[in-house]
Ligand binder design. Structure first.
Ligand code: NAD
Ligand code: MG
Length: 330
């Protein structure tokens, strides 16, 4: 296993290169601004009708339509939403320079063969393990979000060096750049967000909140307990693993954790995790999501609205309004 750092970067790999960033959302904005601050010539590719066009201009970046932006770019980063990328690739394909690098921040479309890149291109992955605003903020603080690196096509035999230079440009080498494959990044990323990070964590929070409020306890108390305080625990885990969390919680909390935790995440929960992993590996999840997207995202929108209407959101908004500092840095 290899983890690369700044000393492994070949400074010549992307020297003087124009980098086209397609999409100016969570990752796109962070990558574009970090690369510009790292001295690269950056152009952002966006639809003229989209909301991000003005934002990118205001941030001092050169903006063009995707097909024009990629002309003459040595590296093109596809940072629009995953399911929009096949159409964006079709739009830019003819204008990509021979031997250019096509970069992804998530392996979905290459791994599930939604995009089959031209054979003369280098195809690489630099996947930051954190949301875009953190990629930007940490870069400005002299820190860096760790990244995963992978190569799917190595047409120029310099693909990895170019990807590593890009990771360095966004600050990733400060945190470490872990070598992986498109398959491993795609599967682990989808599994993480479905089971632990987004799906698992929010379900746990909301069911805990419901249990307390249904028993007659104040929604405010339940909110602090089940949502607000989660950050404290996650920060301890993030900084020092299980040991650091154990060090900072009370003896009583520890006893409760050790004896009750396994009753919440049970053997059947783990069996379900394995099922979800299989659905990701087999492509079943990808096919379902692509279908949902094509048919207008009806189910997705319904579920999303249901989530946003949950009582925990109402009490949360009121309590967070008293703590305006929570929003700072976004
Ligand atoms: P996003 O939804 O935040 O932003 C998408 C951007 O693309 C917007 O600026 C939008 O205006 C633009 N856009 C949408 N359709 C377009 C089109 N057809 N042509 C041109 N521009 C278009 O996206 P994101 O969450 O930053 O995701 C980008 C990539 O990064 C994805 O591959 C995702 O999996 C990956 N990724 C995201 C995160 C994250 O924290 N959000 C973390 C790691 C990797
Ligand atoms: Mg993801």
């Amino acid at each position: 296993m290899r983890i690369y750092s700044a000393k492994d970067v070949d400074q010549k790999a992307l020297k003087g290169a124009t980098i086209a960033i397609l999409g100016y959302g969570s990752q796109g904005r962070a990558h574009a601004l970090n690369l510009k601050d790292s001295g690269y010539d950056v152009v952002v590719g966006l639809r003229r009708s989209g909301a991000s066009w003005k934002k990118a201009q205001k941030d001092g970046l050169r903006v063009a339509e995707p097909a024009a932006a990629v002309k003459g770019a040595a590296l093109v980063a596809l940072l629009t939403p995953d399911l929009s990328q096949p159409a964006v690739y079709a739009e830019i394909k003819a204008n990509l320079a021979k031997g250019a690098t096509l970069l992804f921040a998530h392996g979905f479309n290459v791994h599930f063969k939604q995009i089959k890149p031209r054979k003369d291109l280098d195809v690489v992955l630099i996947a930051p393990k954190g949301p875009g605003d953190l990629v930007r903020r940490q870069y400005q603080q002299g820190r860096g979000v760790p990244c995963l690196i992978a190569v799917a096509q190595n047409a120029t035999r310099r693909a990895k060096q170019k990807a590593l230079a890009y990771a360095h440009g966004i600050g990733g080498t400060r945190g470490g750049v872990l070598e992986t494959t498109f398959e491993e990044e795609t599967v682990t990323d989808l599994f993480g967000e479905q089971v632990v990070l987004c799906g698992g964590a929010t379900e746990l929070v909301v069911r805990g909140f419901e249990t307390l409020t249904e028993a007659g306890y104040k929604p405010e108390a339940a909110y602090y307990e089940c949502l607000h305080e989660l950050k404290l625990i996650v920060d301890l885990l993030h900084e020092g693993g299980l040991a650091k969390m154990h060090q900072f919680i009370s003896e009583t909390a520890k006893y409760g954790d050790l004896t009750r935790g396994p009753r919440i995440v049970t053997r059947s929960t783990k069996a379900e995790m394995k099922k979800i992993l299989k659905e990701i590996q087999s492509g079943k999840f990808a096919r379902q999501w692509i279908r949902e997207n094509k048919s207008g995202k009806k189910k997705y929108t319904k579920l999303l609205n249901k989530d946003l209407k949950h009582p925990i959101e109402k009490v949360g908004r009121a309590l967070r309004a008293r703590m305006p500092w929570l929003e700072q840095g976004r």
